[in-house]
Structure formats: C-alpha cells, structure tokens
Design a protein around this ligand. Structure first.
Ligand code: MF3
Ligand code: CO
Ligand code: CO
Length: 254
C-alpha cells in the first residue's frame, strides 16, 4: 500500500531530508586518501545526532553502523570499517536520517584524491541517469518512465543497471511501497500521484550487472569485480512535477 503524504507530512519530511543532504556536504572535505570509513561513519553519526536526529541504518535489520560506505566494486550496503580510502578509489556514502518521525535518504559518489577517467565517466553517467529520471516525475507519469530513462542512459554508454535493488517509498518507514525499479518501459507501471514520496537510487556498473553478497551478509559487490556507482535522492510528487527533498535550497548538491 502506498502512503500518500499530506502537505504537513511533506513539510516534516523536508526537514529530515534536508539534514541528510547537509551530511553529504559536511562530510566532503573528510573524504580523502588515508581516512577510514569508520572515521567517516563516526563524523556523520555525531553530526546527525547533534542535530536531534537518529541515523536510520544503525541497527536497521541488524546493520551495525550509521551510514553505508561502498568502495569501488562494492555496489551498496558496504559496512564502514578500518579500511583506509586510497587515491583513485570511488566511494558512495549513503545517508539516511530519522527526524520528526520521518526518514530522509540520499547518497552520492566521491572520487578519493585524483579521479580516474573511466571512473569519471561512470560516476557522471549515474548522476545524469538520476537527474533525467527526476525530470520525468510528475502526476500522470508512470514508474516505468523512471526505469526506462535510467536504463537507456546507462546502456547507451556501455554500462549496466543493477536489478536486485531498487528505489522505494519512504516516510514514517525507511522502506515503503512502491518499489522503484531502475530498468523498465515508458508508460508501464503504476501512475504517479501527488503526495507520493519515494527515492530514486540507480546503481550503474562498469561491467556486468550481476552481484554477490559478501559473508558479512550486507555488502553487495559486482561479480566481475568492476566498479559500481550510485546516487540517490528522496523526492515528493507535487502538483506540477516533483520536489527533490534531499536538495538544499540554492545549493546543488548533485
Ligand atoms: N540507504 C539504503 C537505501 O537507500 C538502505 C540501507 S539499509 C542499511 O535504501 F541497513 F544498510 F542501512
Ligand atoms: Co534508499
Ligand atoms: Co540510501
């Protein structure tokens, strides 16, 4: 069942989502060669808590940390550890905050130190795929439109789209209906309605789409060991389009 949000609920969600977006801005200067993902986790945790919120991942279905950090061939749900980031790595930090009874969910890629050309192309393609999907979100559009545009952009550039994980409705629960697939066909799937709030979070692989889950039961990695990129926004369907709740006023995070 899809919970349509009232304007009052969307106002509360805006606050939680804005905080999640602020975390990604706050953490950027720390994402440098030599830093451990545990340290990034700790800094984000303290920032979220000092703003009166709770990091949603912590203890979610047994997840042990406050953020997800996914490096290179890790697709998503990487667990922060004592591993140090190295020059040329690409890392996704996925931040979810719980504030005023609502979750806000956003993630982005960072190049650690100097960016490698192939990685820049992968990361930019993933970002563009998300942006092109966001442009299509409005009442009367279909969920399939989102998947189709993401799939087209990724595959045109010779990349592939992960099928096993998708975007999701979000609100008082971290993960709600509907499932937002990142592949699909224009015009198919449920029709979007004002008040729907969901994430779009494409995972785009440099090589094949297949994945494996590591023995930690969380970290999803590409089977072929090639890199993967992901960006995520939380957005609300409004009268004439959509509002990206995890974008800061006047500041384009990505
Ligand atoms: N933030 C992830 C998402 O975009 C979910 C992380 S679940 C966790 O849906 F337990 F790994 F944190
Ligand atoms: Co999400
Ligand atoms: Co997320």
């Amino acid at each position: 069942m899809i919970h349509l949000k009232t304007d009052e609920e969307i106002e509360l969600m805006r606050k939680s989502a804005k905080l999640a977006a602020e975390v990604l801005i706050m953490i950027e200067p720390y994402v440098k060669p030599g830093v451990t993902t545990n340290r990034l986790d700790e800094i984000c945790h303290d920032f979220i808590v000092s703003n009166g919120a709770v990091p949603s991942p912590l203890n979610y279905r047994g997840f042990p940390k406050s953020i997800c950090s996914s490096i290179n061939e890790e697709i998503c749900h990487g667990i922060p550890s004592d591993r140090k980031l190295r020059n040329g790595d690409v890392v996704n930090l996925d931040i979810t905050t719980y504030l005023n009874g609502f979750h806000g969910d956003t993630s982005r890629m960072f190049h650690v130190g100097s960016a490698r050309k192939k990685m820049t192309k992968l990361v930019e393609t993933c970002k563009e795929a998300l942006q092109s999907a966001i442009k299509l979100v409005k009442p009367g559009a279909h969920l399939g439109d989102i998947g189709a545009t993401i799939q087209n952009i990724a595959e045109q550039r010779g990349f592939s789209v992960v099928r096993e994980f998708c975007g999701h409705g979000i609100g008082r629960s971290f993960h709600e209906d509907p499932q937002v697939l990142h592949v699909g066909t224009f015009g198919e799937g449920i029709e979007l309605k004002k008040g729907m709030v969901f994430t779009i979070e494409p995972m785009i692989n440099e090589g094949k789409p297949d994945l494996e889950i590591l023995s930690d039961k969380w970290t999803a990695v590409t089977k072929d060991g090639l890199a993967s990129a992901q960006f995520e926004h939380t957005l609300a369907v409004v009268d004439n389009g959509c509002e990206v709740l995890t974008r800061l006023n006047g500041q384009t995070v990505f």
